[in-house]
Design a protein around this ligand. Structure first.
Ligand SMILES: O=C(O)CC1=CCC(=O)O1
Length: 262
């Protein structure tokens, strides 16, 4: 377990693979930590150098008081990559992680050679919706929201498995300030015009039953980048890397090969 001191925050992170491996960075979603990617890790090609991290206020990272800006989340990823010599990386971001990916590619194209925008959007939801969610969490904690979140995260097949409890536990054990802080960052983000300026290989991944970032939103976002690709994973919700890890890893591997990353 490693902790990076970035000044105003300390981030828990993990690097797997050889120092000279093709660099890949994963950024996870609201209410999850870096274990989000555990199901696909053994299914990825051997020899990659993989960086994963808990964004501020999540997992084992420190938790500054809410609210956070999207700029601070992008800067955290930027500092962590610089600190560990990650450049020309494939950056895979899911949900708020996909927003961080878009912001980082615009700011530091030297760090990002290709993007995977998974279950995300240039803008997610609206200020009223996020305002209500933040107020509810600050008043009553995350637990009362958990069943509704599970319905957005997972398709019915997965919700019927005992594994659901693990992911529900992950959600409700996040810090309230971290969850509210990241929600504020999402609420204040509209990347439509900046993402449309990006020119790099890009792939959008959507879950057919995603109740948070439906396939149309992911497609609209990835279509902003000329030449991008788009894939829907059937019978999955917001976290297809958990529900269908084999399919998810296959799509990533094909994209890495198509773009010459491996
Ligand atoms: O909680 C949700 O609805 C899922 C979600 C939205 C943004 C994000 O990162 O996760």
């Amino acid at each position: 377990m490693k902790l990076a001191d970035l000044g105003d925050v300390r981030l828990h992170y993990r690097i797997d693979g050889p120092d000279d491996g093709a660099p890949v960075v994963f950024a996870n979603s609201l209410g999850t930590d870096l274990r989000l990617w555990d199901p696909i890790m053994p299914l990825l090609p051997a020899g990659l150098r993989v960086l994963r991290f808990d964004k501020r206020g999540h997992g084992l990272s420190s938790c500054p008081p809410s609210p956070y800006s999207m700029g601070s989340l992008v800067t955290d990823a930027e500092k962590l990559m610089d600190m560990h010599g990650f450049k020309d990386a494939l950056f895979v971001g899911l949900s708020i992680g996909g927003m961080i990916a878009q912001g980082l590619a615009v700011k530091r194209l030297d760090l990002v050679r290709a993007l995977v925008l998974s279950n995300t959007g240039a803008k997610i939801g609206n200020a009223d919706m996020w305002g209500e969610r933040i107020a509810a969490v600050l008043k009553g904690g995350i637990e009362p929201l958990a069943d509704a979140v599970m319905e957005r995260w997972f398709a019915p097949d997965f919700r019927a498995t005992p594994e659901l409890e693990l992911w529900r536990n992950m959600l409700i054990r996040q810090e309230v300030q971290g969850y509210a802080g990241c929600s504020s960052a999402i609420s204040g983000t509209d990347f439509y015009s900046t993402t449309a300026s990006l020119r790099l290989p890009a792939l959008g991944i959507a879950g057919s039953e995603d109740g948070s970032t439906p396939p149309d939103l992911v497609r609209e976002t990835i279509d902003l980048i000329p030449g991008s690709q788009f894939q829907i994973i059937r019978r999955t919700g917001h976290l297809p890397c958990v529900e269908k890890p084999e399919e998810y890893a296959q799509i990533l591997t094909r994209f890495m090969r198509d773009t010459g990353h491996i």
